[in-house]
Design a protein around this ligand. Structure first.
Ligand SMILES: *[C@@H]1O[C@H](CO)[C@@H](O)[C@H](O)[C@H]1NC(C)=O
Ligand SMILES: *[C@@H]1O[C@H](CO)[C@@H](O)[C@H](O)[C@H]1NC(C)=O
Ligand SMILES: *[C@@H]1O[C@H](CO)[C@@H](O)[C@H](O)[C@H]1NC(C)=O
Ligand SMILES: *[C@@H]1O[C@H](CO)[C@@H](O)[C@H](O)[C@H]1NC(C)=O
Ligand SMILES: *[C@@H]1O[C@H](CO)[C@@H](O)[C@H](O)[C@H]1NC(C)=O
Ligand SMILES: *[C@@H]1O[C@H](CO)[C@@H](O)[C@H](O)[C@H]1NC(C)=O
Ligand SMILES: *[C@@H]1O[C@H](CO)[C@@H](O)[C@H](O)[C@H]1NC(C)=O
Ligand SMILES: *[C@@H]1O[C@H](CO)[C@@H](O)[C@H](O)[C@H]1NC(C)=O
Length: 484
């Protein structure tokens, strides 16, 4: 007989907020600081509503509405992803509901600190004039807003500041300056290290130089905080009919083989053919490309640029596209054991000292004298910005998605719900298929019953179950998706 205090304790356990393990960088790899497993990004870029969803005047950004995030996190869990990238957030808004939903779903966040309005990013045509105290206050505000969420994996200090050969001349020292200021701010005001890096456009003439410039250590010093902690590449080279060689994936492996920081695709997924088939996924996560730390598919929602996995409607309804099914099918083939295997050689790599000899193109900056912060920045970094808006994890009380969601074949998906995960979400449901077990609550409808579902149903929540006789199948009908 179970005592009342035990039941109370079990119930408390079942509702306690989960926290994803912090991720940190060790040499070439991201590492889960608790399990010590390698962490490879199986991710997507998340900007529902496109750039227009960022609207500080109306207090809107893509991590504002917890119900929308719940809907999207449940669909991402089923897809198999473990990381989102968000662009354009407003540091003054409350992101607790969204961050907590993604945390509960086992999904990390990489957050861009910049935004599109004037003064909210480095102006690539005039970096010095845009590197101001107001700008730093904005990006430190983003750190304050996200530093307390355990699932904040990192910050992008900049995106595509170099977007052609000419912009590689004067911008690189400013890119390092912003990284330094962010990292110094995090060191002074965050209880844990949070990696900071860059997201590069695929300008092949200067790609290797950009990485070499950002990953080296000035004076060979381990205390140089202007180094990037990771390097993202926005890659669209694998289009219809491509393969490992023709998409130049082999060239990337050679280029980054000795990287001393994680390299991954911060955007990828050519949209030819349509619908997309995502053949590059097996290459990216296969044994040939383990030097890369995965990638983020561009992008979750269908926007005018035509890269979406789902269609979102103003009434909150979602329609999955065939692209979603195709990507999920590719993810389902991945070898999660391979992804989680850490490599002592790779994690031990340490950076070369910066020198002009690392730079191959005469068009690229060889200036490793990093600009001093603007006047007042040192005090801002040591004292912190005034009235910071600090996010915090809040309990996720509702896991059932209230909006209508339609499968790619038009059928209504009912019973769509978030499944709390212990650890990060994994492709093919390996981590949501039973390890989540807590007690089933008094109502008998606790998420715990996910453990009662068959492995098959749990690992493919969109799968139709035909065995309606068993209790397990009945619970599966309540607790996992169910296609009518
Ligand atoms: C690198 O060394 C030079 C010369 O000693 C010094 O002026 C500079 O401050 C150092 N830079 C860093 C980031 O340590
Ligand atoms: C990687 O490092 C090894 C050992 O230092 C060196 O032999 C090799 O040429 C390097 N490869 C590249 C692509 O730089
Ligand atoms: C939401 O809007 C879409 C597109 O207009 C429509 O097809 C769908 O029926 C609407 N759903 C609901 C629940 O109103
Ligand atoms: C969140 O989004 C839902 C669905 O679109 C909408 O009904 C609701 O009003 C939104 N909530 C807020 C606070 O904006
Ligand atoms: C998955 O990866 C592990 C680690 O590299 C390997 O031992 C195993 O054979 C792989 N499994 C399959 C099915 O390829
Ligand atoms: C370990 O990492 C190093 C550096 O990326 C790489 O050269 C080597 O092939 C990796 N070893 C295995 C077994 O994957
Ligand atoms: C290098 O950049 C610094 C500022 O970051 C600047 O003061 C200096 O003039 C630059 N050096 C050259 C040779 O351009
Ligand atoms: C969650 O996973 C960790 C390993 O990462 C394990 O030590 C712990 O017991 C698990 N907790 C539950 C409630 O399953």
């Amino acid at each position: 007989m179970i005592s009342l205090p035990t039941i109370v304790a079990l119930l408390a356990l079942s509702t306690a907020a989960r926290a994803l393990n912090p991720i940190d960088v060790r040499g070439q790899d991201f590492i889960d600081t608790v399990t010590k497993n390698r962490f490879v990004l199986v991710g997507i870029d998340y900007q529902p509503g496109g750039q227009g969803a960022y609207n500080p005047t109306n207090s809107q950004d893509p991590l504002r509405n917890g119900t929308v995030c719940l809907r999207d996190a449940a669909l991402m869990q089923s897809l198999g992803i473990n990381t989102i990238r968000t662009y354009n957030v407003d540091p003054s808004l409350n992101h607790d509901d969204c961050a907590s939903v993604f945390n509960e779903a086992g999904i990390y966040m990489i957050v861009d600190v910049n935004a599109p309005l004037a003064g909210e990013s480095i102006d690539r045509s005039n970096p010095g004039s845009s590197y101001t105290l107001d700008y730093l206050t904005r990006i430190f505000g983003v750190v304050e807003a996200f530093k307390n969420y355990p699932n904040t994996l990192g910050f992008f200090a900049a995106n595509e500041v170099i977007n052609d050969v000419p912009t590689a001349k004067n911008n690189p020292p400013y890119m390092r300056a912003v990284q330094r200021d962010l990292k110094d701010y995090i060191a002074a005001h965050s209880s844990r290290p949070i990696p900071v890096g860059y997201s590069a456009a695929d300008v092949r003439e200067v790609l290797q130089d950009t990485w070499a410039y950002l990953q080296c250590a000035i004076n060979g010093s381990s205390s140089d905080t202007s180094r990037a902690d990771f390097f993202g590449l926005n890659s669209y080279s694998w289009c219809s009919g491509a393969n490992y060689q023709t998409a130049s994936y082999g060239a990337l492996v050679s280029m980054f083989g000795n990287s001393t920081i994680p390299v991954f695709f911060s955007e990828y997924g050519c949209n030819k053919p349509e619908p997309r088939t995502f053949d590059e996924v097996l290459a990216l996560y296969g044994p040939q490309m383990t030097v890369l730390s995965g990638g983020l598919v561009y992008e979750y929602s269908q926007e005018p640029s035509n890269y979406g996995l789902v269609d979102l409607y103003d009434n909150g309804t979602v329609q999955l596209r065939i692209d979603y099914d195709n990507l999920q099918a590719q993810y389902n083939k991945l070898n999660v054991t391979l992804l989680e295997t850490s490599n002592a050689t790779a994690t031990a790599l340490s950076p070369p000292a910066c020198s002009s000899g690392l730079i191959t193109s005469s068009s690229f900056s060889t200036n490793f004298t990093i600009p001093q912060p603007p006047a007042g920045a040192a005090a801002l970094i040591s004292s912190g910005i005034s009235n910071p808006n600090n996010g915090k994890i809040v309990p996720v009380t509702n896991t059932a998605v209230p909006m209508a969601v339609y499968a790619s074949n038009g059928g209504l998906i009912s019973g769509l719900a978030l499944k709390p995960v212990n650890g990060s979400n994994t492709p093919n449901g390996a981590n949501t298929g039973g390890s989540v077990s807590v007690s089933s609550g008094p109502s008998g409808t606790a998420t715990a019953a996910a453990s009662a579902t068959s492995k098959g149903a749990a690992s493919d929540p969109l799968m139709h179950s035909s065995s309606t006789n068993s209790i397990a199948a009945a619970l599966a009908a309540i607790l996992t998706f169910w296609m009518l």
